[in-house]
Write a protein that binds this ligand. Structure first.
Ligand SMILES: [Zn+2]
Ligand SMILES: [Zn+2]
Ligand SMILES: [Zn+2]
Length: 462
């Protein structure tokens, strides 16, 4: 991130904070939130009360804090909102995926011997879009060249011979927006979590059959563990990357049975991908349709030292955990039902995807998909990273370990050990406000060395 240009006005804002009589405490708090750009400030009290006598042993109130409130980190996973917290989330995700592949954090190292595949499941095509083709043999490839291209009913020739650069704003946009299947795109996003659920069931069915077992026998000998992340493609549909692993009956701690080979896993992954579908709701305006994965299913073996190493997979998956739909040119907040879409700072393609969510979301038959609420996510309301119970350590456990650590760093009152069992802790918190002023953000960036989003100048606010 480039360093912000410090203007004379900024220098005054910074000096005002450095001159605070409570600056040491102020600075300690900025550090304890890890350079969070959008800290949440809380008002509240914590009382340590003796269970029997009701005597107050210690009273803490945020009244004694700088500006009378205590900041806590926003903990977002979205880098556009808070780079520091998103980085923490990314690092946690990396550790989680890595532990599931190489061991560590409570997962035994023997897990490296279990067959594991890195799988990418894409969405089907909803119409040709402008694409960055990368290079083959040192030269950029053309976008969508078709010598015998047809002209669509809207007069657009279905061919594009441009060599788009990786940051071309046309990437992901349809060759003809009027031909593009916007309903299909947002319905795929809305139903992708269900398609994934059916996929995991079909995968297990295939493995059970290929191993020649009954379901009961399978359960006694193996379990399929997975971790997956959702990623938006430029065209605004999600696809999934997943680590799928064959374990023994007790997960990573037990050896997989002898029939559990990578070949069997790969067969199952491919077969299940082509076997599942999900039917969309039906309304008088929108006929029901069947949605499937795209034909492109990528399966690679994950090994300790081969072409696709454990480290590479963990890094790759973690990278996507902090990206949301904003990277395809949409909003990072909810869209209100009667908002003027034309006035929003989004790409024309994102605008049409959002408009389609609002249109379908209004139909009674589509109510369960909650398309209006998730319009800014282009219809997707699933989790960005999920894993089966036995994959590895959980994000929650990693977070708790860090919270405990931060707590120890915070000046606070600890009851003497012999009293701890007799004490009730009564805490009461209220939301005060969120975010930093420009001056606070500049000083926080300097203190923590993190990427802190610097709000624009707003003289009235400071
Ligand atoms: Zn934050
Ligand atoms: Zn193109
Ligand atoms: Zn057209």
């Amino acid at each position: 991130m480039p360093h912000p240009v410090i203007t004379p006005d900024d220098a005054r804002l910074i000096a005002k904070i450095l001159d605070r009589s409570d600056f040491d405490r102020w600075a300690a708090r900025a550090r304890s939130t890890g350079g969070c750009s959008q800290p949440i400030f809380l008002h509240g009290n914590v009382d340590h009360v003796h269970k029997v006598t009701g005597e107050s042993l210690h009273h803490y109130t945020t009244d004694s804090e700088p500006d009378g409130a205590l900041p806590v980190a926003c903990k977002t996973r979205r880098a556009t909102r808070c780079p520091a917290c998103a980085e923490v989330y990314r690092a946690d995700t990396y550790q989680l995926i890595r532990a599931g592949l190489t061991g560590g954090k409570g997962v035994p190292e023997t897990v490296t011997k279990h067959p594991a595949a890195f799988v990418t499941l894409t969405a089907p095509s909803f119409g040709p879009v402008h694409a960055h083709r990368g290079r083959s043999g040192g030269r950029a490839e053309r976008c969508h060249p078709r010598r015998d291209a047809v002209t669509c009913p809207h007069g657009v020739r279905m061919s594009c011979t441009a060599k788009h650069s990786a940051d071309d704003s046309r990437l992901g946009a349809p060759l003809c927006p009027d031909c593009y299947d916007y309903s299909g795109s947002v319905l795929f996003n809305a139903l992708a979590p269900e398609l994934w659920r059916r996929y995991t069931l079909a995968l297990r069915r295939y493995v059970v059959r290929a191993a020649g077992l009954t379901l009961k026998e399978f359960r006694e000998s193996a379990v399929i563990s997975f971790a997956k992340v959702a990623e938006y493609q430029r065209r605004g549909v999600v696809h999934f990357h997943a680590v799928i692993r064959l374990d023994g009956p007790d997960g990573p701690h037990s050896s997989p049975p002898s029939w559990a080979t990578f070949t069997l896993l790969e067969d199952a992954v491919r077969h299940a991908a082509s076997a599942v579908s999900v039917t969309t709701p039906e309304s008088p305006e929108v006929p029901a349709r069947s949605l499937t994965w795209g034909t492109q299913v990528d399966v690679k073996a994950i090994t300790a030292s081969g072409a696709l190493t454990e480290q590479a997979v963990a890094g790759y998956i973690a990278k996507y955990a902090t990206k949301a739909a904003e990277c395809v040119g949409t909003l990072d907040r909810r869209v209100h039902e009667n908002e003027d879409l034309a006035a929003l700072p989004i790409t024309p393609h994102a605008r049409r995807l959002i408009a389609e969510c609002l249109r379908l979301g209004d139909l009674e038959e589509f109510a369960d998909l909650r398309l209006v609420q998730w319009a800014h996510m282009l219809g997707f309301r699933g989790h960005f990273s999920t894993k089966s119970r036995r994959y590895s350590t959980t994000l929650g456990a990693l977070r708790q370990a860090r919270i405990d650590f931060v707590r120890q760093q915070r000046p606070g009152w600890q009851p003497p050990d012999e009293q701890a069992a007799e004490i009730t802790v009564l805490a009461e918190w209220r939301f005060a406000h969120q975010g930093l002023t420009r001056g606070e953000a500049l000083v926080t960036a300097a203190l923590t060395g993190r990427d802190v989003l610097i709000p624009p100048n707003s003289p009235s606010a400071e």
